[in-house]
Each structure stands twice: as C-alpha cells, then as structure tokens.
Design a protein around this ligand. Structure first.
Ligand code: BG6
Length: 484
C-alpha cells in the first residue's frame, strides 16, 4: 500500500528562534523528512532568523548538523540533504530592536505562501508580531505559528491572544499542540466518525468510563527550573490530555473543517464540571539509585510542583452525564506509554453461567509506542468442557497493518507544519479553546497553591502514588497497567 504524498504549494517559512532547541530537534528535521517525501517543493525556502551571527552558508552547515543528529541514520540521503540545505537562508535579526527587519522584508517573496514560526519564548510574541506588521512583511494571507506554553493561566493566555490579535486575524494564527499531529489522535476521529460501529455506543448508556494515560519514563533533569514553574497540570493536562478528552467526548461535527471541529471541542471543555479535591491526586517522583528525585531535579527544596497528576473529570451534558473520564500523566513512570481506553458496560443480562475471566469490552487507542487500536471482545474458550468465556484482543497494530508504510508516517511536527502551509487549522487550537482550558485548570492550581501542601512521593518505575490507584479502586474500577 503506497502512501500518497501531495506536494504543497511553494512557500517561505521564517523560523524565529531558527537556531533554538525546538528548531534543531523537531522543526528542521521534520522539514527535511517532508522534503525527502517529495512534499516540499524545490523552490520553497526556509529562512532561519535569530540573534546569532550566521551567513547563509553558516546556517546551512548548522542545519546539516541538526539533521544528521536528529534524523534516523537510514533516512539520510546525501543528495537529498544537499538539495534541502540549499533551500535554507538566514537573517540575523533583533526581535526587540530594528536590526534585520528590512532585510527580511526584502527576502520574503510576495508570490509565495508565507508562514512565520514563533519558536521563541512567549515574551517575544508581541515584539515580533508588531515588527512583522510595521515592516509590512506579513500580509493578510500570512500565517503565524505559536508553540505551547500558551500562557500559564487564563490571564496570561488572554494577554497573549490580545497581543496576537492586534496584528493578525484568528484565521492566521496556528497554535500548536503537537498531540493533535499524532497519527493515532487523528485516527480517533476516523474511527469515531468513519464507522457506524462505535458511535451508537459512544455515550453514558454503554460506556462505563474512559481512561486517558500519558506516561513517561524521563524525569525533568536538565529543565527542572523551567518545569518547576509549570508542573504536570500546566505542561500536559491543560493541553495534550485535554485535547484527547475533547476528541473522545465531542459531538460529531457537521464537517471535518476547522471551525466545525473546534466548536465541538470547545463545547466539551465548557461542559466540564469543576474538579473536587477528592478527585485529584498529585505526585512527585522520589530518588532511585543514581537518579535524582523531583525535588533535586527542580533544585528547589520547597517545591510543591507536581510531576504526576491523576484526576476524575465529569462532563455535564446529555451524552456523558455520569460517565467518569480518568486522566493521568506523569514523569519517571514504568514505561513510555500513551493510550486512551474506552471501557464499555457489561451486557444487561448474562445467559452464561460461568462468569470467571469475563472482562468488559474495551477499545484501546494506543498513541505510542506501537500505534494502533485494540478491541477486547469476549469469546468462547476453545475446546470441550462446556461454555467457558475468555476475552481476546482484536489487534490492529499500524506497523503490521500498514507494513512498510508505517515507517513513513510523518511525525506530529511534520504533519502540522504542512497543515500550516496548506492553510488547514483543524489540528490547531483556537484562542477561545485555550482560554476555556485555562478557565478549568486555574482553580485547581490555585487551590494547591493556597493549601501549599507537598504532593505525595512516588517510586521511579511505578505507576504513580497509591492514591491514584485508589481513585479508581474505590469505585470498583482499575487502571490499565502502564507497560511498554
Ligand atoms: C511536551 C511537554 O509538550 O510534551 C514535555 O512539555 C513532554 O514535558 C512532551 O515530555 C511529551 O511529548 P511526546 O510526544 O514525547 O509524548
């Protein structure tokens, strides 16, 4: 099965922060892979912009190094790499001053699609947006791309939205949440809305509960100072897990178009009940051998920031009233595993006497690793000896089903950058969505800060604090095991 690659129209993509970490690790390697896939036209240009003093040749070498470092060795093709590198330009620019802006204005083509990637701290968004406008660099068709964290609470998010709105329309602003670019996350919409099978059962009448887990094995060492001002709630729940919850819970949009999809997501966020303290658990990982504890990694002995959160959310609408959504995410857990599990209710009446081994039907959507979808169903245990039941997985691993093509699935950043060029905002967050998400998480974080108590400690390599397990146990449910 050969995957179809449709080339995008020619473009000039300016990356502010073009020498930064994100540009090196994700944006530039992603563009290189799209180039190799034939999606990036030969006259498209990538323009690095930052304070460093490079000329074009110096920047090209810098990017070559980044590609060689971050792209899988067997995906490197020297001819392609040379050709890709040729499409790079560089402008030394001062985001807060006037240097470089006139040069940028001259360089950017008026007959190509133009996009400006703000791969810089949010403190510079306003300065850059203003200068793009002042020097008449960005016209009304230009796109700007901004990264998370989009604010640290409702107030700062509103301020950022206001700064951007001064110079750009909402249709020009692409707020990235890279989880929306993950293959299986989009597949979630295909599974829900491309099949008749699931949607009739997708409600409180048939679904017992839903679990969303994003577990990581890494700690925050190296970026502890930054992370300590954020914590799992701001870093993961407010954006990535919230977006997953929206896609699972939303009503079918009338079309697969940006505003139709985002309107439905927004309704979900607005229907979330406030969280009661007994329905949320926080944790900090403890030391393990040579591995430091969260407190040591954050270099803040008094820190009350959480590296783990588990919570029970409820959506007050007709479809989901009474169905809990359990969310958990944490660092230094047993395995890197992200999955969504829809646990269905038991059949209303069992005609079989033997009940052991009976488990409810589950639809497991695995985001990573080993992307795929598994449906657990009950069947008869093979062989004589009467009617005994067992449950088996109907497993659709993308790697197996798609064969070689699965290796060519673009990563989240590649897809999202191409969507920016195509002008498709479906997989980007709208300003009101981000604000609604902060409106829900702000009171939770404020309550923690007021209380000032330290999160529970949990062991590295486990599944988080004991209380997170209790969140489900006390209701006769259990989390799916965290395993690779
Ligand atoms: C980022 C968070 O947005 O997502 C990180 O800031 C986290 O803390 C990362 O590690 C996880 O992304 P992924 O794609 O590796 O699951």
């Amino acid at each position: 099965m050969a995957s179809r690659v449709i080339p995008v129209e020619t473009f000039d993509l300016v990356i502010f922060g073009g020498t930064g970490d994100l540009a090196q690790r994700k944006i530039l390697p992603g563009l290189y892979r799209r180039f190799c896939a034939g999606q990036m036209p030969r006259d498209a240009r990538i323009i690095g912009a930052s304070r460093s003093q490079f000329d074009d040749a110096g920047y090209q070498e810098f990017v070559r190094e980044a590609v060689l470092k971050y792209v899988n060795k067997n995906k490197i093709d020297t001819d392609n790499l040379d050709a890709f590198i040729n499409q790079l330009r560089y402008i030394a620019i001062d985001a807060r001053g006037e240097n470089g802006w006139k040069d940028l204005a001259k360089l950017v083509r008026s007959d190509a699609i133009t996009a400006y990637y703000f791969s810089v701290g949010p403190g510079l968004f306003g300065d850059i947006a203003e200068r793009l406008h002042k020097y008449k660099i960005a016209d009304e068709d230009a796109r700007i791309v901004v990264e998370k964290p989009f604010g640290r609470d409702l107030e700062t998010a509103q301020a950022l939205n206001a700064v951007l709105a001064k110079n750009f329309n909402e249709e020009q602003i692409y707020r990235i949440d890279h989880y929306l670019g993950k293959e299986t996350v989009q597949n979630l919409m295909a599974v829900r809305f491309g099949n008749i099978l699931f949607e009739p059962l997708w409600n409180a009448q048939y679904v017992d509960h839903i679990q969303i887990t994003v577990a990581e094995t890494v700690g925050v060492g190296g970026r502890g100072g930054y992370y300590d001002k954020s914590g799992a709630m701001r870093d993961m729940i407010q954006n990535h897990l919230m977006q997953l919850l929206c896609l699972i819970a939303m009503e079918p949009p009338s079309h697969f178009d940006p505003n139709a999809v985002r309107d439905e997501k927004l309704k979900v966020i607005r229907a979330l009940d406030p969280i009661q303290p007994e329905n949320i658990v926080r944790g900090q990982y403890s030391a393990d051998g040579d591995e430091k504890s969260y407190i040591e990694d954050s270099e803040n002995p008094d820190t009350i920031t959480e590296s783990f959160v588990a919570l029970k959310a409820q959506i007050s609408n007709w479809r989901w009233s009474g169905t809990p959504f359990y969310l958990r995410t944490g660092k230094r857990l047993r395995a890197r595993m992200s999955e969504i599990v829809v646990v269905f209710k038991d059949p209303p009446h069992s005609i079989f006497d033997v009940q052991e081994n009976r488990r409810p039907n589950e639809l497991v959507i695995r985001l990573q690793p080993d992307e795929g979808i598994v449906m657990r169903v009950t069947i008869k245990e093979p062989g004589p000896g009467g009617m005994r039941l067992m449950d088996v997985p109907l497993d659709m691993s993308f790697a197996e089903t798609l064969g070689e093509d699965s290796a060519d699935i673009p990563d989240a950043y590649e897809r999202l950058i191409m969507d920016v060029i195509r002008g498709n905002q479906t997989l980007f967050m709208r300003g009101d969505e981000v604000e609604a998400a902060w409106r829900w998480t702000d009171p939770i974080i404020e309550a923690w800060q007021e209380k000032g108590s330290r999160p529970a400690q949990y062991d590295t390599g486990g599944s988080g604090p004991e209380d997170a397990l209790m969140l489900l146990h006390r209701e006769g449910r259990r989390w799916r095991e965290i395993k690779a």
